[in-house]
Design a protein around this ligand. Sequence first.
Ligand code: FES
Length: 289
Amino acid sequence: MAGIPHASTCGGRARCMLCRVRVRSGMPLPAPAEVERRVLERLGADWQSVRLACQLRPTHEISVWPLVPPEASKAFLQRRQLRGMAEERFAAFMFVDMRDSTQLAADRLPFDSIFILNRFLSAVCAAVVQAGGLPNQFLGDGVLAIFGLGTEPAMACRQALAALPLVAVNIGQLNAALQQQLPKPIRFGIGLHCGRTVIGEIGFRDHVTFAALGDPLNVAARLEQLTKEIGCETIVSEEVFRQAGVSAISLPQLAAQLRGREDPVPVRVLRNTARDVSGLSPTLAIHPA
Ligand code: FES
């Protein structure tokens, strides 16, 4: 009613605990009903200061501070859906790598390098999430993102293609913000491919991570490496365009010879990611998951 967004995945039924708020008020609050009291006990919370927003019915003006950011609902749901899931499914895989990161680290204090790397990873991940993908692994100075965990192949590939210019724009903005600190703008390389892989959790005890295994993933990683060799920003396999129903006829074509594969992989080369994607037909819209 006060227009304060809250995280929630249970529809206000005292189950997800995401709507919890810290209450800042000198006046006593109404005691929680049984269902809320049990949840607060599990949280170890004092009900005079922490409450479930969906259950509390204040009798006077109060000031509340949501304890979980509203956007956490989506990530929470995604993680919960993925937990325990092991299956073979189609997805699009995007490797995004920061160029010259070794040089960047050599030229500055470790703290500064980590700061810049974190800003880079945030810029990439924000673009991936905006387009409907899931940042899956951080690999040193790069990110693996997966598209299609909850969508059909065509949408997965369209989301991945739509993420490309978002990544480029976010990194452009980062370069503008860090202009004073950087000797030259941060550059990036992206490899994008799709196909069926095995997806599930791997790890040991509490150290479990969600991972994809399979050839499409390796191809995406090698396409990203190939961007360094041919000096372009992005390489996308023809298969991604085919699945997405997008014509890439305007982009230079290449038969990529990749290590460990006999047959070349037909790909398209994007020298300027934002400009090249804007010239595709049909135009790509953002379809968040
Ligand atoms: S909305 Fe889920 S516990 Fe309140």
